[in-house]
Design a protein around this ligand. Structure first.
Ligand code: SF4
Length: 226
């Protein structure tokens, strides 16, 4: 089947072990105000306009086999370094069936797969995709359901139900928490988050940096339809 992506980034070092290729899938059900990849929010193909007036198309449709072939070009380098392919976005689970097809081809070729996800997905999609992964970076952005709804526009119960399944799945994972000043970075917020995550889990608190602002401007300030 066909899926829509907005970037393939080769030789990445921070999206999992070893040297990796990270593929960014378009579309996300959430609207975190601090999002670093606003061009990944809308599932539509968009035009970004740079300050000098030049434009770039954001979003490209790929057939799953063709995308896997492209990602496999660096398979030797990835294997030698203990790396692989990481699915990111946007929210990669918004295109779960496509993601599963690509992952199946990669894994059949011996390539390790990882995912960065908000966990905001229907349980069948979450379980199907995560069970194909060798490692999961699971975001938990806030401990309070009301604040999560107000700030990100999502249902924390959906995330936590998926997280509970992840913990029991045996798939290796780490929890990532973007620390946003005034949103979730107080000592009390961190303590509540750690209680929610549970004992014995690797938790990475990620420092805030306003990386998405210039891209938001290039999109005309729009974040696009959900
Ligand atoms: S879940 Fe990720 S991609 Fe979606 S809005 Fe939040 S930060 Fe951006």
């Amino acid at each position: 089947m066909t899926g829509r992506i907005f970037e393939i980034r080769e030789f990445t070092l921070h999206d999992g072990p070893g040297i990796r290729t990270t593929v960014f899938l378009k579309g996300c059900p959430l609207r975190c105000p601090w999002c670093h990849n606003p061009e990944g929010l809308s599932s539509e193909i968009q035009t970004m306009t740079r300050a000098d007036g030049s434009t770039a198309v954001c979003g490209e449709d790929w057939e799953s086999g063709a995308l896997a072939d492209e990602l496999l070009r660096n398979a030797d380098i990835m294997a030698q370094s203990g790396g692989g392919v990481t699915f990111s976005g946007g929210e990669p689970l918004a295109q779960a069936t496509f993601l599963c097809e690509v992952a199946d081809i990669l894994r059949a070729a011996g390539v390790s797969c990882a995912i960065e996800t908000s966990g905001h997905a229907d349980a069948p999609d979450y379980r199907a995709a995560i069970s194909r992964m060798d490692f999961v970076y699971q975001d938990i952005k806030h401990h309070d359901p009301g604040e999560f709804r107000r700030i990100c526009g999502g249902d924390l119960a959906l995330v936590l139900d998926n997280y509970a399944w992840l913990r029991s799945s045996g798939v290796p994972f780490a929890v990532r928490v973007p620390c946003i000043p005034g949103v979730n970075d107080s000592p009390a917020d961190r303590a509540a988050l750690l209680r929610l995550v549970g004992p014995g889990v690797t938790v990475e608190f990620l420092p805030y940096h306003p990386g998405g602002e210039s891209k938001r401007r290039m999109l005309g300030g729009r974040q696009g339809p959900m």
